[in-house]
Write a protein that binds this ligand. Structure first.
Ligand code: PNS
Length: 160
């Protein structure tokens, strides 16, 4: 059984992330979306909220699970018996950082492979931080994040 882990901050999940999840779920037997618990970086949503938002928009994918992890990704992979890291690549600017992480993870555990999927061109400009900025200044976030979570994002940005 091929288990892949799709790690990230997901603060919040965007349509770009969801596109990778949908495609990844078709390629792997099981896909674990893993939200990083980063104590140094306070996000808009806390980790439990991020997990819940991802669960809300992936509930129809039977082979997708959502979890959180802290520490090294490679340790989480071992715990889950997974040996593929799935990442999305948007633009050349992503490459350097992703290349470094893939090599580091492979050095930490040579059994682990990182598989990259090219982001759908439609979402190549999209990032969680851009969504937060647009929402903060009252811009429209339709088509940037899944419809089901638009009210959650707006409410959170307004501090309600
Ligand atoms: O969505 P992001 O913020 O680009 O995701 C980054 C993430 C979570 C994939 C990365 O920070 C990560 O894997 N962190 C865990 C720490 C780790 O394993 N570091 C070693 C690889 S350099």
């Amino acid at each position: 059984m091929k288990i892949a882990v799709y790690p990230g901050s997901f603060d919040p999940i965007t349509n770009g992330h969801l596109d990778i999840i949908e495609r990844g779920a078709k390629v792997f037997d099981e896909l674990i979306v893993a939200v990083l618990v980063n104590v140094e970086k306070k996000g808009l949503f806390n980790v439990d909220e991020r997990v819940k938002l991802i669960e809300k928009v992936t509930k129809n994918y039977k082979n997708v699970k959502v979890e959180s992890f802290n520490g090294l990704l490679i340790d989480f992979m071992k715990e889950k018996n997974a040996n593929v890291i799935l990442k999305g690549l948007r633009a050349v600017s992503d490459f350097e950082y992703e290349f470094q992480m893939a090599l580091m993870n492979n050095k930490l555990d040579p059994e682990v492979e990182t598989v990259f999927m090219m982001t759908n061109a439609q979402y190549s400009y999209l990032s969680s931080s851009a969504v937060k900025q647009v929402a903060k200044f009252g811009g429209c976030i339709k088509e940037l994040v899944p419809d089901e979570i638009i009210p959650d994002v707006i409410k959170k940005i307004k501090g309600e």
